[in-house]
Design a protein around this ligand. Sequence first.
Ligand code: UD1
Ligand code: UDP
Length: 362
Amino acid sequence: MKSIKLATIIGARPQFIKMKPISSYIKKHSSIEEIVIHTGQHYDRLMSEIFFKEMKIDEPQKNLSVGSASHGKQTGEMLIKIEEALFKIRPQGVLVYGDTNSTLAGALVAAKMNVPVFHVEAGLRSYNKAMPEEINRLLTDHISSLLFAPTQTAIANLKKEGLYKNTILTGDVMLDSILMFEKEIKKMSFLFEKYKITHKNYIIATLHRAENTDNKKRLLAIINILDNIARNIKLLIPLHHRTKNALKKHNITVKNIDFIEPVSYLTMLFLEKHAKWVITDSGGIQKEAFILNTPCLTLRKETEWQETLENNMNTLVDTDEMLIKEIISKTTTPSNTENTLQIYGNGKASKKIVEAIINYFE
Ligand code: UD1
Ligand code: UDP
């Protein structure tokens, strides 16, 4: 007999990846039943379905098909539809991940229904309120009953906001995800041929953050820098739909960059692992590059993943072309030391999180 009914709210690509190890762990516990609600924030096959298929995640019990819209409209529609769904499900707790509009909507509906909210990846801060994600994570943390912090930095941030009491240091679930699929990535060397790449001889880049794509001048500057770099080394970009649309809108074209469709999770991990450099504005990819021991350049002014900077595996380059060229022209690349992986835990974050949720109800 299951005694805890937990509703999980997800909706965007990184959330499918983060939920995999936790949902797998929940299945091992007879005392907890998980009902997954997909808001439909991401809906294209390569942004959603492919992750469920490849990682063998059960289809969500409900897809709210909210789709794309402005922040207010998208979040508003999520609020209405999540509330309808939760009225029917009547969960004892709601689990949310990260910092997307789906995260905030799930947390807000639950909190107003007096249902405890459990937040995975709590305490991350960029201290830049112009980022929609910063608003989402701040508000979600402040209405959560359990805050699962991935790092000591996150713990320190939550302490500053008076939220320490309900905080648990868990380590990072993305490390758990990588460890789950580590063996499979080793079997994927056919991708060298598919993408015409060789080990440590190419750059993998991603770009989708609103501050980079929604400002024509900034987008053009970044694309020009990457296109110049790609004259000398193969540079692959799996293109996020937001960026594809922005490039089209502004008529921005390239000569040297290899744009490809968004790739599956295992393909992405393979491409990150074998690249000489990762260049990105993604949160998850900075961390994955660190764990996979590939140095990273981040196309932002700040990062939530401070530990990657402190260990010299990541540099905030913003749009500084000189700095980027100087870094990637060095003959030796930085590398992790033996202990640095501990920064993101021991690969058992999911276990800690599920056990903490069960304890919460005991
Ligand atoms: C969202 C999250 C961001 C996260 C990212 C992960 C918010 C505020 N932002 O950003 O934190 O890093 O997901 O990838 O929640 N689109 C499609 N097909 C899709 C999905 C999106 O074409 O399946 C296009 C639409 O034109 C849409 C645009 O991409 O307007 C942006 O999508 P949206 O989910 O609003 O934001 P992301 O940039 O994906
Ligand atoms: N990712 C993927 N395919 C891609 C690009 C990214 O599977 O084409 C994965 C990546 O490995 C990481 C996650 O998506 O696990 C990061 O998501 P994204 O960059 O969209 O969002 P963020 O982490 O910035 O919120």
